[in-house]
Design a protein around this ligand. Structure first.
Ligand code: MG
Length: 390
């Protein structure tokens, strides 16, 4: 067995971060957490630091850093930093052997680039990074020889199915979607969707942002763009299929008409463990699907009338340039407004579409141009939201 692997865990207090630390706890002889970053959940981060004793921990701002210091036992030697420079330090810590990016949203981009530049293999759960800047990120990772191992369950499935097959033999990616809680809701009822309904995902337990993205199917749209970059696949060769049981995590079609699927129970420890241990497999003991009790696995096309966000993502993916970053930024702002009960569920796709229409896309943008498009889109979307809640 290899020596212990040191992990930088970005977004340690989120759903992916907590599952990653569960694996560290389960396999202390294999993994050590050497840096942890968090958003606002300082109390949980303090408990994680006391347990895992990382060399470095990072929060968003100075006042949280001070609060964190007060919560820690005196014998803790962890260095505490804050802000984007702190996140970048955590992602490029010399001691780290792998960076797990479980950060939500656009905040994942700069630390991911820093990890690539520092030559760290990445277990990527932050899909927004590839949505915003997929071409640049993949090109930089390839040039630096840095492997990017997907943690998103669908992309992990595709990665596992492709295995050692040469790229030319891969003809189609079948990206499965649970369809979320409103798959069969009558279209005229969407206006009455409450926040509580949207936060109630049928199969997966995840953070609030991705749960809303799953309810609008924007999550699948973002994953579509993610798959396009991760596997260098033309959009017309990626097919979204609704599979409500979430047992088939995705499939790959090969040039001979053969299709390989990856199956398992829906638990993020599966794909996280796969990325951490690749090319080995960890004895996670998650159990197997009970196939005879499942009775049936069903597949249906996505309904773009009910779920217009998916169509917007297809459009952004086809257009490329800065448009996917704009889609992503507008979505983040719209979802947080929905989470704060400032807009209705059906306003989410409306404000994203308006922002996309007002944006003038640039092709082959630099990282700076992408960040500028992101900032501008956030402002435009906030203006739209003020208009619809006024
Ligand atoms: Mg996913």
């Amino acid at each position: 067995m290899n020596a212990k692997k040191n992990l930088a865990v970005l977004g340690a207090t989120g759903s992916i971060g907590c599952s990653t630390l569960d694996i560290v706890r389960q396999f202390p002889e294999r993994y050590r957490a050497v840096s942890l970053t968090a958003g606002r959940n300082v109390a949980l981060l303090a408990r994680q630091i006391a347990e895992f004793r990382p060399a470095l921990a990072v929060v968003i701002d100075e006042s949280d850093r001070d609060r964190l210091r007060q919560l820690l036992p005196d014998d803790v030697k962890t260095e505490l930093l804050w802000g984007e420079s702190g996140m970048i330090a955590a992602a490029s810590l010399p001691d780290a052997d792998m960076v797990v990016t479980g950060v939500v949203g656009a905040a994942g981009l700069m630390p991911t680039l820093a990890a690539i530049d520092a030559g760290k293999p990445i277990a990527l759960a932050n899909k927004e990074t590839l949505v915003m800047a997929g071409e640049t990120v993949m090109a930089r990772a390839a040039a630096a020889g840095v492997p990017i191992l997907p943690v998103d369950s669908e992309h992990s499935a595709i990665y596992q199915c492709i295995g050692q097959h040469p790229r030319r033999e891969v003809a189609r990616l079948f990206l499965t979607a649970s369809g979320g809680p409103f798959r069969t809701l009558a279209p005229d009822r969407f206006g009455a969707i409450r926040l509580e309904d949207a936060l109630n995902h049928p199969n997966w337990s995840m953070g609030a942002k991705i749960t809303i993205d799953s309810a609008t199917l924007m999550n699948k749209g973002l994953e579509f763009i993610e798959a396009r970059h991760l596997f260098d696949m033309a959009p017309e060769k990626i097919e979204v299929i609704v599979h409500p049981q979430s047992i088939v995590h995705s499939m790959v079609g090969f040039v001979d008409g053969s299709v390989l699927a990856q199956l398992g129970i829906p638990d993020m420890k599966g794909p996280i463990g796969y990325a951490l241990a690749y090319p080995e497999r960890l004895p996670l003991e998650l159990g197997f699907p009970d196939f005879t009790a499942l009775a049936q696995l069903t597949f249906e096309p996505p309904d773009l009338e009910r779920f217009p966000c998916l169509g917007l993502a297809f459009e952004a993916c086809t257009q490329g340039g800065t448009l996917p970053a704009v889609l992503n930024a507008a979505n983040e702002v719209a979802v947080s407004a929905f989470l704060e009960r400032r807009i209705a569920f059906t306003d989410i796709h409306r404000v994203i579409r308006q922002t996309m229409e007002r944006h003038t896309p640039q092709s082959q943008p630099s990282i700076e141009q992408i960040c500028e498009a992101d900032r501008e889109a956030r402002k435009m979307t906030s203006d739209e939201i003020r208009r619809c809640s006024a």
